[in-house]
Design a binder for this molecule. Sequence first.
Ligand code: CAA
Length: 379
Amino acid sequence: MKFDFTEEQIMVRDTARDFAVRELDPIAAKLDEECTYPADKIEMLAEMGFLGVAIPEENGGGGMDYVSYVLAMEEISRACAGTGVIMSVNNSLVCHPLFKFGTDEQKVEFLEPLAAGEKLGCFGLTEPGAGSDVSSMKTTAVLDGDEWVLNGEKNFITNAPNAQIAIIFANTDKGAGNRGITAFVVPMDMKGVSCGPKEDKMGIRASHSSSIFMEDVRIPASNRLGDLNKGFKVAMITLDAGRIGIASQALGIGRAALEEAIEFAKERQAFGGPISRLQAIQFKLADMAMRLDAARLLTLNAAYLKDVGKPYSKESAMCKVYAAEASTYISHQALQIHGGYGYTKEYGVERHYRDSRITEIYEGTSEIQRIVIAASLLR
Ligand code: CAA
């Protein structure tokens, strides 16, 4: 891995940083409090090419690389982790599989508007009875003439209430387990598609999640994404890329918590001076900074491997679990440093504490990442 960034990568990072400071910092706490989807900010991110960062320009994207995507995601999530995940899902769980597995026609019809941010996407894999255990999904797709007919329910789908396009996984060969799943592109305005109420979540409240119900939804046969019965691999390959995005989100949350803890420690007076001079606080800050830097190196390494076309499945799982756990650790310690003040909404650390928690759960729990890493070591 190269340790210095290109001029273009630095420009992307600085653009994202300026945007985050100017547009997100002033409203992030309110978005969280009121559970508001930041539609105008998403439009601005789209104009900057941030909804399809690593998708080529000819396919509607920003034409940048995955390292740039990591840098941008960290900056956006540092200010507002909810906005970060809206961006991450569209980039890596929707645009990425459409770019990798889509036909030329699908790229024109679906990828271009998604990567340009004219439309928003969501990723329908999880079901009430199939979270970590993907192959237990119950949603079905049956071919009827030149249409697929989909029936089933997806839940906890990030962006669903705001999305125009969903990538949906369904059983096309019941009983074949992970070898009987196929991916489809489903416009959310198709007859028979509906969303449940928005989930009232603990954190990342600017991003909206809900169930998706499908009742005899008829989509053209040409909306199949990738090969028949190869959807499990489409999902796994997509999640390999997605987990780098979530690791970057975790970096942003961790950095916000660390920066606020440093500022507070320098100001808060106790035992005759600022608490930053106490080793109890210094040791915490040192551990927080070490874990954040280690997480960033793992994340950039996974992105770099992806950019140069090398395998990165294990590295993506490693950066996801490490950055997520670093982020929950850092926000926990930041709250501790703030003491009682940290437990109030007057300070940002309680939001970072809540936001960090999801990074250990979605796009594969920390336990699932360890399974992926161990499987790779033992192969
Ligand atoms: N790339 C390519 N192929 C892969 C792969 C990868 N990363 N991982 C597995 N495969 C292939 C295997 O090679 C195998 O192929 P063959 O059948 O040809 O041999 C096949 O897929 C099955 O592999 P496994 O036996 O390893 O699969 P498994 O059933 O044991 O499951 C698992 C593995 C790691 C548990 C997997 O099910 C998993 O990742 N689960 C977690 C799901 C998840 O992350 N869900 C998140 C939902 S999305 C979300 O959260 C979005 C959001 O809101 C933000």
